[in-house]
Design a protein around this ligand. Structure first.
Ligand code: ZN
Ligand code: ZN
Length: 370
């Protein structure tokens, strides 16, 4: 399932110009509200706990916040905020509230890591959406040791420090009062067992790098700043845990004639002096195929002709923007004898500025206003 990543400010329910103090207050409230210990492991709350943590970790860092404001959910070309895992959300919570939030032992099934990658798509695919098969480099179970990490013929032995539980208990003061807190065993790093002879193929990891193909439906209207979350398409979880998510970004190839500006498309329309003076109906190639543009008699350079609904659909609402033709009048630099004679016949060379109804700066202003 593909979901578009929510805006971080929206996630925390704060305005774009909020102060660091307001940010803290918002995070504190939401992190407490969605903490899994208070929601009986509700999946929706867990996701929100993670989302809130991710949003706060980016917006509370002045540099990351600045980059986020400038680029939104960045693609690989920009500094990456990525791979904010569920564990990071707990770490952040612990840091914020001074420890004791919750630490997870690693012996049980664990959620796999999130992955982040970018794919290149054509301009048309970005406008209309597409189905693509994406090759994702990700870990697969090591077939040599069957994922155990131990050399075939040997097996991991139970850790003596924690008797195989992977965790040691201690009592801590937390925001929920005094709790017996479990922390990962320092000897086996929470694994519960110690591998004496690691598998040589995966070097004891139990997993090796592999490739995996994912069918992706790219929604219409994506751009370089949109990130799709593909639930469960990330790294497989250790010990049979759920897979992480795959975050997919896009690099949209430029179009030879069209430039995107939000939901609108800009098209530079070169016309001849005759077309500008007398008007014409000109067929242009848009993303929807050929379309006629009406150039009115007396069209000035820089004039913008709007074609409603031929722009880019909004990635969420599907509402399409406009195609805006910006007129450029091409003045001939080489004239045939015949053309030259015709222009001379027109006259108009009186040695003074041409008369215009509107001032030059008025029409310039019009052109920029769109
Ligand atoms: Zn192995
Ligand atoms: Zn141990």
């Amino acid at each position: 399932m593909a979901t578009v990543k929510r805006d971080y400010y929206e996630v925390l329910g704060v305005s774009r110009d909020c102060t660091p103090e307001q940010l803290k207050v918002a995070y504190r409230k939401l992190a407490m509200q969605y903490h899994p210990d208070r929601n009986n492991g509700d999946k929706g709350a867990e996701e929100q706990f993670k989302e809130v943590g991710e949003a706060y970790s980016v917006l509370s860092d002045p540099q990351k916040r600045q980059r986020y404001d400038a680029f939104g959910h960045v693609d690989g070309a920009q500094p990456d905020f990525g791979n904010f895992s569920f564990d990071s959300a707990f770490d952040l919570f612990d840091m914020f509230f001074g420890g004791g939030g919750r630490r997870r032992a690693h012996t049980g099934p664990q959620r796999g890591d999130d992955l982040r990658m970018n794919i290149e798509i054509t301009f048309e695919e970005a406008v209309f959406g597409a189905k693509r098969t994406v090759e994702v480099p990700r870990a697969t179970l090591c077939t040599e040791c069957n994922g155990s990490g131990a050399k075939p013929g040997t097996s991991a032995t139970k850790c003596a420090t924690c008797s195989g539980s992977g965790q040691v208990r201690r009592t801590m003061q937390s925001i929920f009062g005094q709790v017996a807190s479990v922390t990962p065993c320092p000897t086996c790093h929470g694994e519960g067992q110690v591998i004496q002879e690691p598998c040589t193929v995966c070097r004891g990891q139990g997993r090796i790098q592999g490739r995996h193909t994912v069918e992706v439906t790219i929604p219409a209207g994506v751009d370089d700043d949109v990130t799709l979350r593909l639930t469960g398409e990330g790294e497989p979880g250790p010990r049979g845990g759920p897979a992480g998510d795959l975050y997919l970004g896009f690099r949209v190839k430029p179009h030879p004639n069209l430039v995107r500006r939000g939901q609108d498309l800009l098209y530079e329309l070169p016309i001849s002096v005759t077309q500008a003076v007398l008007g014409d109906t000109i067929a242009i190639t848009t993303v929807d195929g050929e379309h006629p543009v009406e150039v009115a008699p007396g069209t000035q350079p820089g004039r913008q002709i709007k074609m409603h609904g031929l722009g880019v659909p909004h990635v969420r609402t599907g509402r399409r923007g406009d195609l805006i033709c910006v007129v450029r009048v091409v003045v001939p630099s080489h004239l045939s004898h015949q053309d030259r004679a015709l222009y001379e016949q027109l006259g108009g060379r009186e040695g003074k500025p041409a008369e215009v109804k509107k001032g030059f700066f008025d029409s310039l202003r019009d052109a920029f206003r769109g």
